[in-house]
Design a protein around this ligand. Structure first.
Ligand SMILES: Cc1cc2nc3c(=O)[nH]c(=O)nc-3n(C[C@H](O)[C@H](O)[C@H](O)COP(=O)(O)O)c2cc1C
Length: 362
């Protein structure tokens, strides 16, 4: 038995399974190459990556496999210079944690806060991945079509119907319906993220009905039963992030992997205190204690917390690490990516068979 959809065939995949791009370390070249070689779509989360490094990692994957892979960046409006009072408030809020870990307090935070989007997009045009996706926003029509002319399929995250319709109107090739269960940053860009938390089941169905584009479902999908479920809803692929975090190829810090595998259910929460933007992660001391503390806009807040997160991860201490994870995190498995993809395939087939077994002639 084979599981394929028009979208998976168009991309050139053996399976309608996408390893979510995971910026900040988890989606390593090793993970991308392993997933793509196994028949899924490995995806780079290049949000914080300078072009030279994007080029190096893409070349590495191309030397390992000729299968398609994806590249993803954040399309976010960046703040200008941040006033001294706001900076002081945000830095004071974390000063005690820096002192606790014996770290010097971070200095003033000034732009640029990361690589320039136009420079990253120019690198994508040069690299010509089979798939390119955006998070946090859309792209102008002309940009979408210039990428498509290079043979790149362009997708984008949507957390509500209006965002999916915006992507469709801009000529995107497919939409990723990111349900409220999803780990990592909310892709919301037309609303307050707190008002865009519709669950994967409802959101996938709503978006499938609202747009003509192929829909990819994301959020809380951890196994073949979840993949079969979203295919039944009309999705043409499933995008899994948290499921791949515990793989040995994932670059998530060891303490993140450890906490993921031992986390009780219902222990994720959405916070904007790590980066300045709403993201779902495993609840830890930082998330709890910072709930009402002042913070800076995305991505400036990343600079406020960067050394704290890194030192905490290095010390194997979960207290100050941004351990992004979706609501189904307890279903994560520490399997090599090739084996995980093979299991996901077998489980999806089994889930479809089991459903057939439920049917009775009346
Ligand atoms: C650690 C982590 C990092 C993520 N980084 C990105 C990213 O850089 N770009 C993006 O489009 N989505 C990112 N996401 C969100 C995923 O694309 C996807 O929506 C999510 O993982 C689906 O939910 P799940 O984690 O329950 O599978 C990230 C998710 C996680 C868990």
């Amino acid at each position: 038995m084979k599981i394929t959809t028009p979208l998976s065939e168009k991309i050139g995949l053996r399976l309608p399974i996408i390893q979510a791009p995971m910026a900040g370390g988890p989606s390593t070249q090793e993970l991308v190459a392993a997933v793509s070689a196994a028949g899924g779509l490995g995806s780079f989360g290049f949000a914080y990556m300078p072009p030279q490094e994007m080029q190096r990692q893409v070349a590495w994957v191309r030397a390992k496999t000729d299968r398609p892979f994806g590249v993803n960046v954040f399309v976010a409006e960046l703040p200008g210079a941040i006033d001294a009072v706001s900076q002081r408030g945000a830095l004071e809020a974390v000063a005690g944690y820096y002192a606790e870990l014996g770290l010097p307090a971070p200095g003033p935070i000034n732009p640029p806060y990361g690589p320039d989007l136009d420079v990253q997009l120019a690198a994508v045009e040069e690299l010509r991945p089979r798939v390119f996706t955006t998070h946090f926003g859309s792209l102008p029509l002309e940009k979408v079509s210039s990428l498509q002319k290079l043979g790149i399929l362009v997708g984008g995250s949507a957390t509500c119907v209006a965002e999916a319709q915006r992507l469709e109107s801009l000529g995107f090739d497919f939409v990723i319906a990111q349900g409220g269960e999803a780990g990592g940053h909310r892709g919301t860009y037309l609303r307050d993220p707190a008002d865009a938390l519709t669950g994967t089941l409802a959101l996938t169905r709503l978006i499938v009905r609202a747009v003509k584009l192929p829909v990819v479902a994301a959020g809380g999908i951890m196994d073949g039963a979840g993949i079969a479920a979203v295919l039944a809803l009309g999705a043409q692929a499933a995008q899994l992030g948290t499921a791949f975090l515990a793989c040995p190829e994932s670059g998530a810090p060891e303490v993140h992997k450890k906490m993921l595998l031992s986390s009780p259910e219902d222990e994720t929460r959405i916070t904007e205190k790590f980066s300045g933007r709403a993201a779902r992660g495993l609840v830890n001391r930082f998330i709890k204690e910072m709930e009402r503390a002042p913070s800076l806009a995305f991505p400036a807040q990343n600079a406020v917390t960067a050394n704290l997160r890194a030192a905490s991860a290095k010390a194997g201490k979960p207290d100050f690490v941004s351990m992004w994870a979706g609501q189904a995190a307890p279903l994560a498995r520490a399997l090599p990516a090739t084996e995980l993809v093979a299991r996901l395939e077998a489980e999806t087939i089994e889930a479809v068979r089991n459903l057939k077994g439920v049917l009775r002639e009346s």
